[in-house]
Design a protein around this ligand. Structure first.
Ligand code: ADP
Ligand code: AMP
Length: 217
């Protein structure tokens, strides 16, 4: 199963990708996570990437296409994968189609997570993650069951993304509506687009996506 989770920042793509990953053993491919790792590792283009990401703009198509082209060749992707945050432009979508066509395959399903603008901002500014295992939390919507302790690994340190602030959110949303939203039409025309109500509680969204994966076979 090769699946794309499509939706604006804060729609719940990462949260749902992790649910699917643990339930179905499909690997989550988040270009945002990969770019943040490249910045952290001190890669030569790290400071350039960081500046673009901190402004809330999109990194060049060329860079992210190269990252994904290399990543899907890894053995853990053979069974399938979940794309989270890629593609984000028509150029990225057509490059993805081409790389899969060259391997004689294609995306099975594209799930659009629909969430109102105001809720997205609320989700982004309240988001934080475990500094050890990366489990995602929210100040109001998803708190650890024991305050200050990660449910998954027991760690007590958490981080917030540098770009998860009210100022950058506007730029990120604009990038979504300008460059990424056209992909809704692109995948609708290809016939593999389905939508879910991303405003619902996390477990309900997971159930809705699970049903779509079952139906797509
Ligand atoms: P994305 O990967 O699309 O940017 P995330 O999965 O990181 O979004 O979710 C953004 C924030 O919203 C996180 O703090 C997460 O815990 C929270 N969240 C995700 N899905 C829901 C939901 N259905 N209801 C409430 N909060 C949610
Ligand atoms: P995300 O973690 O998906 O919210 O992505 C964080 C930031 O990484 C974005 O605001 C972009 O600057 C960059 N980024 C992630 N994925 C892509 C992509 N597919 N194309 C361009 N930029 C990306």
């Amino acid at each position: 199963m090769k699946l794309i989770l499509l939706g604006p920042p804060g729609a719940g793509k990462g949260t749902q990708a992790k649910e699917i990953e643990s339930k179905r053993g499909l690997v989550q491919l988040s270009t945002g996570d990969m770019l943040r790792a490249a910045v952290k590792s001190g890669s030569p283009i790290g400071s350039e990437l960081k500046a673009v990401m901190d402004r809330g703009e999109l990194v060049s198509d060329e860079i992210v296409i190269k990252i994904i082209a290399n990543r899907i060749e890894q053995p853990d992707c053979a069974k399938g994968f979940i794309l989270d945050g890629f593609p984000r432009s028509l150029a990225q979508a057509s490059a993805l189609d081409k790389m899969l066509a060259d391997k004689g395959t294609k995306m099975d399903l594209v799930v659009e997570l629909k969430v109102d603008y105001n809720r997205l901002v609320e989700r982004i500014v309240g988001r934080y993650t475990c500094a050890n295992c990366g489990e995602g939390y929210h100040d109001r919507f998803k708190r650890p069951s024991v305050r200050g302790v990660c449910d998954v690994c027991g760690n007590q340190e958490f981080t917030r993304r540098a770009d998860d602030n009210a100022e950058t959110v506007t730029t990120r949303m604009m990038a979504y509506y300008r460059d990424t939203a056209p992909l809704v039409g692109y995948y609708y025309c290809k016939g593999n687009l389905r939508a879910v109500d991303g405003m619902a509680p996390i477990a309900d969204v997971a159930k809705a996506i699970d049903a779509l994966i079952e139906a797509a076979g």
